[in-house]
Structures are given as C-alpha cells and as structure tokens.
Design a binder for this molecule. Sequence first.
Ligand SMILES: Cc1cc2nc3c(=O)[nH]c(=O)nc-3n(C[C@H](O)[C@H](O)[C@H](O)COP(=O)(O)OP(=O)(O)OC[C@H]3O[C@@H](n4cnc5c(N)ncnc54)[C@H](O)[C@@H]3O)c2cc1C
Ligand code: SF4
Length: 517
Amino acid sequence: MGENYDVIIIGSGAGGGTLAHALAGAGKRILLLERGDFLPREMDNWDPKPVFVDGKYISKDTWFDRDGKPFQPQVHYFVGGATKLYGAALYRLRPQDFGEIKHVSGISPAWPLSYDDFEPWYSKAEQLYQVHGNGGEDPTEGHRSQPYPWPAVSHEPRIQQIFDDLGKGGYHPFHAPCGIMLNEAQRPMSTCIRCTWCDGYPCLVHAKSDAEVIAVRPVLGRDNVTLLTGAEVTRLETDDSGREVTGVVVTRDGNREVYRGDIVVVSAGAANSAKLLLNSASDAHPHGLANGSDQVGRNYTFHNCKAIVALSKEKNDTVFQKTLGINDFYFATKDYEYPMGNIQMIGKSNAEAMRGEQPEKTMFAPEWTLKDVAEHAVDFWLTTEDLPVPENRVTTDKDGNVHLTYTSTNDEEAGRLYAELKKILNHTGMSAHHVLRKNFYMDMAIPLAGCAHQAGTCRFGTDPATSVLDVNCKAHELDNLYVVDTSFFPSIGAVNPALTAMANALRVGEHMLSRMA
Ligand SMILES: Cc1cc2nc3c(=O)[nH]c(=O)nc-3n(C[C@H](O)[C@H](O)[C@H](O)COP(=O)(O)OP(=O)(O)OC[C@H]3O[C@@H](n4cnc5c(N)ncnc54)[C@H](O)[C@@H]3O)c2cc1C
Ligand code: SF4
C-alpha cells in the first residue's frame, strides 16, 4: 500500500469525472480509478454496424433479471463512462421535479433540496459542459441565473418545418439543450462538424461535451491527479468501527491492489455503485456497506421510454436531428390529471442500424426497403418518469453478480404520451398510422438491458432510515464515503439525467473542499 490520497474517485463518468475536475484545480491529491480504458479513436466510432449492430462499445458484462435470466446490459466502461456514447441532451430537471408529484402509479417523492438549491450548480455545469440552448423558450423551464453559454443548435429545414407546424398547432416546441462544441457563427473554427453520428456514438473528433473531453483530460497533466485505467474496484474495506473506508481494493492487470484515501467517492453508475457497496459487506456492515437502512440498490429507475420512428412521404435529410423538444405534456394537462413526460428527437435513423433491429414492414409502403424507410424517418424519443419503488432493485448473488428486478410504472402515462405524439404528427404532415416502434437504440435483448438512464440506488435524504446518503451525498453511516453518480437521485423526473449528475458533482465538490480546508 503506497501513497495516501486526499480523495479517491471510483468511476470517471458524468459524476466522478466532473468531481475530479472540480477538485483538481484546488490542488487536492486525487486518484481516479476507472475500470475501462480510453475509448479508442477509430473509424468504427462513426459506423452504425459496429456501434449499433455489433455493440462494439457495450460492456461484455452479464447481469441477471428477476428470474435469473442472463442479459447483456447496455453499459459503457470507458474514461468518461456512459457520456462517451450519450446524446448530450443536457436538460435541467424542472423546479416541480424537486417536489412531490402525483402520478398514475403513485408518488414521485420530493428531494431534500430544491431547484433553487441546485440552480447555481446547473449554471456552473452548463458553463463547464458548453451547453447550447435558448433560455426562456421552454415554458416548463425553471429560472436561470446565467444564460446558456452557447446559442441553441439550429434546426435543419425539416425539423424547422416541424417546429413551425407545432407552433401553429398551439404547441410550445423549443430548441433542445445540447452539449456539442458546434460554433455555427464561425464554422471553420468549430470543433464539431455537425454530423449524424452523435446520439449513441462516440465522437471521433472529440467535439462532444462528454466527461472525458470536458472534465478528465484537462486535469490529467497535473501533478496532483493520477488516473488508473483498467482498474476495477471490487471491494471497500473499513476500520473495525465501520465508520471509515480504509482500503479501496482494485483488480488491475490480474493483480490485487489496495489504495488509501482520506475521502472515498463511489461513482460507478447506479447499478455498479450498488453492486460495489453490497459486495463490500463486513461484520460492521453485514448487509452491505452503508446499508443499515436496507436502501442500497432499491428504488432503481431508468425512465419509461419509447423510441419512435414516424414516416412521412417527404424525405428527411436532416443530419443532426436532436435539436427539438416538446414539454407540453410534462405536467398534468386539462385533459389528463397526471404528468406524461418529455418528447424529444433522437439521432437520425439509418438503414444499417435498422437492419440490426429488423422492424416490421410498414403498411405505409410495404415495398419500401430499409433504406427508404430510414430516408423518410423522423425519430422521436418519449420519456415518462418511472417511480422509485423499493421492489425495483439491484441485488448481488454469492459471486457478486448484479441481479436487476424491475417492474415498470406509469405505463398509462407513457401510453398517453405516445397518443399525444400521434396527434402531433397530424399537425406535422406525418400520419399517425405510419409510426414504428424501434428498439435498437435502447436494448440488446430485453428492455431491462437498456439501462442508459439508470439512477436511484443510493438516494440522498435527511432520514437515515429511508435514504443511504445525506444531503452532501455522504453515506449516513460512514464519515469518509460519498456517492456522486446518478445513484443519489430520489426520483428521476422525465428529462435526461446527466446534467443533474454533473451539477451535483460540482455541488458536492465544493462541500468536500470546505471539509478539507
Ligand atoms: C446511448 C446513451 C445515450 C444517452 N444520452 C443521454 C443524453 O442525451 N442526455 C443525458 O442527460 N443522458 C444521456 N445518457 C445517460 C448518461 O450518459 C448517464 O446518465 C450518465 O453518464 C450517468 O453518469 P454516472 O456518473 O452515473 O455513470 P457513468 O457516466 O456511466 O460513469 C460510471 C463510470 O464508472 C466506471 N465503473 C463502473 N464500475 C466500476 C468499478 N467497479 N471500478 C472502477 N470503475 C467503475 C465505468 O466504467 C464508468 O466510466 C445516455 C446514455 C447512453 C448509454
Ligand atoms: S455532431 Fe459534432 S459532437 Fe456529435 S459526433 Fe458529430 S462532430 Fe462529434
């Protein structure tokens, strides 16, 4: 056992990578342990076959469902974590998401902090991750203390047409907040080339605001920051009292190594963080580390989502499609007493990726090839909040493997949102009859595997009986253990989770710096 670090961070994604960035500038000695490697920069990054059909960048892990059936989870082990593949839609939660919300399947609980508490951190995270957006356009958005650092990414003609038609139909479409380094005012100076290989693909030219490019790489040259890749943390050891983590056990190059830090931060992704804590059971923590409340692994959420392909006779030659959002159904409407969720665009369909999925022939034009279908497709992503229920949970078996038990919630809301989308299509020249469900984006075998938006397994709160972490994301039961990935979410809302994880990591970083001062 060698050097004692000020902070050891396990996982370099949205939470861990951002935290490392926040602490590095203050000179703290940081050890960043990442089980993956740097994602290779290669032409495959932008090729749908290796990315979507072969799943080249998806981990080879096996997890098990409630019946013990194995599946391959869609998780990504790289420096930068899941953000290497993400769509970079960087939304804030709505102010109401921080309070209690009544849903058709039950209650989405309040957070221990409010939107006002998070707002300054959202602003800082938007600055750091160079978010492009148009403040004030989305009527459900909370107040902001700083404008977006970059103007919104413009709509291409087909999407602009949909935007205009929606406006005429009485809807309130907005430019989706987005983390790509696109400089539209000075295209020759732009790092981003505005390509179609963004959502779900790694960015070959490092122009996506992911945690590797934005947070980790910039601090790697510093003497006080050490990154170890290929370093899988398998166990956390404590002193006899169980109050302090004294050893971080790592498997690297087939060897067992142990590291020490004054503060230890778990940020391995919601399922893997729960796995690590549960697999670190000891005499002092017989049910898993920090799990006296039996809450570790519970309340797993990952959104109730649908990916939809709408077909129009008109060709859709959009290159970068993820520029439009609709939150008209985010809350209860006059026609429905419960929230339904968010509608946004996803990356443009292409024939190669669709081949992996083999959608049904369309009744719209049965003679169409997949290429025709893809050329005419307009692709939507529907997100309904799923509720944190204790029975939806991560557990581990005697070999330490992840088991995921999950039953969906708010299906009626998700169905209503889909029905609203079909009405929308009528305003935009796409008939509601010509809609396909597509799965390739979100799952390999079963929906459970599409865990891109996983959250909620170590929720923060004020009551140690019902939460794992306190409001600073420190484990109630330990003095030096923190969790800063999406595990801390008490509820997930219906917008993409990464910006909230990034903002929270900056918030927790400041708390840690004051603790270490
Ligand atoms: C295809 C795709 C598209 C997405 N699109 C969006 C989007 O548009 N907008 C959005 O907000 N969100 C999006 N997401 C979700 C977003 O990427 C995640 O919410 C976010 O990255 C979660 O951050 P995290 O820190 O919790 O976990 P991660 O970013 O996954 O980081 C966890 C890290 O821990 C490492 N790790 C795991 N176990 C160990 C271990 N035992 N030891 C050491 N290291 C370990 C992993 O390798 C990984 O690097 C998308 C995700 C995917 C997969
Ligand atoms: S659109 Fe820009 S950020 Fe996205 S993959 Fe292409 S170059 Fe990279």
